[in-house]
Design a protein around this ligand. Structure first.
Ligand SMILES: O=C(O)CCC(=O)C(=O)O
Length: 117
């Protein structure tokens, strides 16, 4: 899988968090594959269906450990949302690198041919 973009997220402690979202920006294309490597503190990665019905039942928390690789592909961004929730009392830092293939610059709306860089 080719990638041409890395996003670094730094969580200084358990107070830093990432809200529930899907990575569905147009520049990622319709079927994004995203690979994420974690460093430092273990943080739970929450995933839940976008559809409200059954959301609680299917919600999962995956502990992302130091050195772990998480790959999100296929229909994941169409049907699931994800988040990194707050963790009370956690003082250790975590850094996450996500590798993506961008088809245009951030903010590109996916109309017309992608601009050449
Ligand atoms: O820090 C993480 O593990 C997730 C980051 C994330 O959700 C994102 O960059 O879209």
């Amino acid at each position: 899988m080719p990638f041409n973009h890395i996003l670094l997220n730094r969580y200084r402690s358990g107070r830093d968090a990432m809200g529930v979202h899907a990575d569905n920006e147009p520049e990622l294309g319709p079927w994004p594959t995203i690979a994420a490597i974690s460093f430092g503190a273990i943080r739970p990665f929450l995933i839940e269906p976008k559809e409200k019905r059954g959301r609680k039942k299917h919600r999962k928390r995956i502990p992302l450990q130091h050195g772990s690789l998480l790959v999100m592909g296929g229909r994941m961004q169409h049907t699931w949302r994800h988040a990194v929730p707050r963790v009370n009392g956690l003082v250790d830092e975590r850094i996450n690198l996500t590798f993506r293939l961008l088809h245009g610059p951030p903010g590109w709306r996916g109309e017309g041919p992608p601009p050449r860089s």
